[in-house]
Design a protein around this ligand. Sequence first.
Ligand SMILES: [Zn+2]
Length: 382
Amino acid sequence: MRWVAAIAMVLAFALVAPSPALAAPPPYYPPVEYVPASRANYDVGRTAAITTIVIHETDGTWLSATNWFQNRNSRVSAHYLVRAWDGGIMQFVAEGDTAYHARAANPWSIGIEHEYDPRHAIPHTIAQYRSSALLVCAIARRYGIPTDRAHIVGHNELRGTDHSDPGPTWNWNYYMSLVNACSWQRAQPVARAALRTVANHGYVPSAGLEFDDISDEVLLLQWDLAYLGFVDRDEVAGGGSHFGPLTEEALAKFQQSMVLPPTGSYDELTASALVQALLAAPADVPVTDLEMEAESDDVARLQTVLQELGYMDRVTGYYGEMTSDAVTTFQQDSGIYATGTYEVITRMALAARMRATVAREPVVEELEMTRVGFIAFGVLPY
Ligand SMILES: [Zn+2]
């Protein structure tokens, strides 16, 4: 009888033995269904820190991908797969283990497959994008991964890859706007009041932002530049708040237009030039911060703008649920931490959106004027 007891003990141990994938994920993770891959299709543990999330497309149904990951001869797997029709998330490999999805990048990345199968008329869906974005937010928060396009990459963007997924139907702009809307890195709403801006010109961040900074001040700068036409609005909406090459390039273009040395860095002179440029081209949106239960002409003005952009259909002058919902949706579409309140970053994003939508004279002409004024003020050192 003793061996029976021994087997029973082994079985009991097997049933309660901790497995990394079965350990409860942090509470901020979306619901995940665990469907283990074949043990032959991943390595236990990691040989490098997790720094990158790789986005894949299955080019087949979720069922065929599942079979593939469970087939011990396939030698492929991914940590997660997000179904198209319902956005359901399946996990095949624990994050602490090394899945076989991106060759040389396997040790430092987490792979997320997205069901996509044009031959069977399975497109990417809103449910899938949303669900995947929640998962990416949670992973990014867990490992401190910046939620930008340098750290959330397509399989096709990895160095030396011969894979082309995700293909052109994968909407990076939309996806990154969702990721940014739930990003843990966003300063919380309370911190908004603490935005470091130019004195008396709250719509321009203080000088001193540096390359690779990630902050609300950077996001404000990017929306300022988008409003003035120096960076594409969709680029900011799709991955703002990181001071990367695009921001540097936009700053250099702006500096050039103001006859400043095109350094691409954000110094005192550039900050004051930005104030001048924005003063010369005032936005047709409310200047004051607005929040729930406010009642004013400014609220009515905000509602009119949101109405023109299709976010709400009534102008009441009262900031209630309807307005808050409209602002929230606009913020999500713009990659802004969604609070439902109207503050300076939302203001500049809204202004940039209005400029892109409503036909009006090109900003460049206004800038010509500004430059003349700027030089006339004698602000320039030469
Ligand atoms: Zn792939």
